[in-house]
Write a protein that binds this ligand. Structure first.
Ligand SMILES: *[C@@H]1O[C@H](CO)[C@@H](O)[C@H](O)[C@H]1NC(C)=O
Length: 159
């Protein structure tokens, strides 16, 4: 009887902790970059996962703007493969992300953004494979101040 109760609690504890771990990883494998970034990203998710080359990607991002995100802020996505930079996009964060999400710049306090963009393709893309890249997403103000930065591995599928 005592053994049964012990087994029950063990299963219950294992279930509870694995559920908690899944809930805690709101950044889905991404981590904050090294450095000083005042505006914390509390949740980040993209679909589909793996991203499919040539198809639309939807990114959800939540966080807190302690420092206002100003008009003209830059959304920089840098893609690395085997530690080498292969791609960098610099976009207007307010125009591409904030306004389509129903917010306006300057953004202060809690934010919740959704944006969609087409995943890059090139004639040199591989066929029938999935490649893993390292992506760094950096948001900075027009005065050059870094606001938020997260990075992590992203899988791209090439049909
Ligand atoms: C902003 O953060 C990026 C990524 O960590 C870093 O390379 C860059 O030097 C930082 N810029 C400033 C002005 O701190």
């Amino acid at each position: 009887m005592n053994i049964l109760i012990a087994i029950f609690f063990l299963i219950f504890a294992t279930f509870t902790s694995s559920t908690l771990i899944r809930r805690q990883d709101a950044l889905n494998g991404f981590k904050e970059c090294q450095g000083n970034f005042p505006n914390k990203i509390t949740s980040h998710e993209f679909t589909p996962n793996p991203i499919v080359a040539g198809q639309v990607v939807t990114v959800h991002m939540k966080g807190i703007a302690t420092v206002p995100i100003e008009k003209g802020s830059i959304y920089q996505n840098t893609v690395f493969y085997n530690n080498e930079q292969v791609l960098q996009h610099n976009d207007d964060f307010c125009k591409e992300v904030v306004i389509p999400s129903g917010f306006t710049c300057p953004v202060e306090g809690d934010f919740n953004f959704v944006n969609t963009f087409p995943a890059d393709t090139s004639p040199n893309d591989p066929k029938n494979s999935v490649l893993e890249f390292f992506v760094r997403m950096l948001i900075s103000n027009p005065d050059g101040r870094n606001l938020s930065c997260i990075e992590g591995n992203v899988k791209f599928s090439y049909p």
